[in-house]
Design a protein around this ligand. Structure first.
Ligand code: LLP
Length: 404
């Protein structure tokens, strides 16, 4: 995105033209950025060509998943719905891994029917259930076991998953027990050790620790894992001064690991693939001054983008038209929902804002639309994909009749 003649432009399309044609709030994605992210991700790890399974939960738009699939990516899914969506988007089941602590019997059955690459199991009970269903269906199932490496990802506590107090994976002792269980089962083939320590990780050191744990555990058992699934979690820069994940270091650590253990690496990235490829366009409905505060009230709200309300996340916010005049006021940018956490950001030293202005929130491609809801019976936004000067509606705005 850049300003051309003071107008914010995504690829070759002006934000104001998108809003005029499709209304607001609208999620808008750049194909160019998506392509760049995928190619960079591949390049960073090209020496061991991992299987890259896009984490569907980060963005569930079938048209985007179809584009992602064209680059050869697989999918990481966590529910029957996500598995159906990945398959419908044309992703080969042989490139699909299924994570999650609470897979139901129906979900396990469906995954088995679809012959996906791996069910990454997260508990003894789940493995026994897979065993039972596989036995019933007379099928041999490939699984992974998710290890909880008790590693602090040094990220927000709400999106940290690899510490011993988190519900994810199994501890070391259990892991060994379950390896034995799988070896004695005629229905299960234990193919993978999986880990995922959290999301929005910007420091390579937690990954280094995680791999050390994995290495130590593999050394203790005599089992050949065809796959090591290292999960996702690679962070992106939400603020200009955010540090960047050192992919080179991470890749070097993995290469060292692979010298000792000959396995295929799987990654499950979501945010690093789609996060910075999406923006949310909103319109200012009203500006009101109240008790010395200036509230900028948008037509988007926490139901459209919940990250600020849920995690205190900050999304860079830009005006669609640049004005010279800077305001000496502080703007509190909020949505119309009846909750005080329905607030996006506080803007200081921002340009002067007016009612009907368009505002863009950046880096919302991941966990933006996929976490949206109909709270307050508000319609879910439209989604649009930009390719150069081409605009494609990839999801229509919801209609009231869909909800009544
Ligand atoms: N694999 C597993 C097993 C996961 O649980 C997740 C994310 C991923 C992969 C993808 O992680 P990523 O590469 O996108 O960081 N709603 C939060 C993020 C929750 C992440 C949940 N798990 C947010 O908006 O920041």
């Amino acid at each position: 995105m850049k300003y051309i003649n003071k107008k914010l432009t995504i690829e070759k399309v002006r934000i104001q033209d998108i809003a005029k044609k499709f209304g607001s709030p609208t999620y808008c994605y750049s194909y160019l950025q998506l392509k760049k992210n995928i190619n960079n991700f591949k390049k960073n790890f090209k020496s061991f060509s991992p299987l890259i399974c896009f984490a569907i939960k980060s963005n569930t738009n079938i048209n985007l998943i179809r584009e992602i699939k064209k680059f050869g990516l697989g999918a990481d899914v966590v529910s029957m719905g996500e598995l159906m969506m990945a398959v419908k988007a044309g992703i080969s089941p042989k490139k699909i891994v299924f994570s999650g602590v609470g897979k139901t019997s129906d979900e396990i059955s469906y995954a088995i029917e679809k012959k996906i690459l791996l069910i990454n199991a997260e508990s003894e009970s789940e493995i026994k259930e897979i065993d039972r269903i596989a036995n019933f269906k007379k099928k041999k199932i490939q699984i992974g076991i998710r290890l909880n490496p008790n590693t602090d990802a040094k990220t927000l506590s709400q999106i940290s998953t690899g510490k011993k107090e988190n519900k994810f994976g199994v501890n070391e002792r259990k892991f060994f027990e379950l390896v034995d269980y799988c070896r004695n089962s005629k229905n299960i083939e234990l193919k993978c050790l999986s880990v995922h320590i959290g999301s929005q990780i910007l420091n390579y050191k937690p990954y280094e620790k995680m791999i050390k744990v994995v290495d130590r555990i593999i050394n203790k058992i005599n089992h050949k894992f065809e796959f090591i699934d290292l999960g996702g979690g690679m962070g992106i820069s939400y603020e200009d001064n955010d540090k960047k994940l050192n992919y080179k270091k991470y890749s070097t650590i993995i290469k060292k690991f692979l010298k000792k253990h000959k396995s295929k690496i799987i990654f499950e990235p979501g945010r690093s693939i789609i996060g910075n490829a999406g923006i949310l366009i909103s319109k200012i409905i009203y500006i009101k001054e109240n008790h010395k505060k200036n509230f900028v009230i948008l037509d988007s709200a926490m139901n459209d983008l919940i990250r600020p309300a849920l995690y205190g996340a900050r999304h860079k916010t830009l005006p669609s038209t640049r004005r010279k005049k800077s305001s000496n006021q502080t703007y509190e940018v909020v949505g119309p929902i009846c909750e005080s956490t329905d607030k996006f950001i506080t803007l200081k030293n921002f340009q002067e804002l007016k009612e009907k202005d368009l505002i863009v929130m950046c880096d919302v491609g991941a966990y933006g639309m996929s976490l949206s809801s109909n709270y307050n019976i508000r319609l879910k936004p439209a989604e649009i994909l930009i390719k150069g000067s081409k605009i494609k509606v990839i999801r229509k705005r919801q209609k009231y009749k869909d909800l009544m």
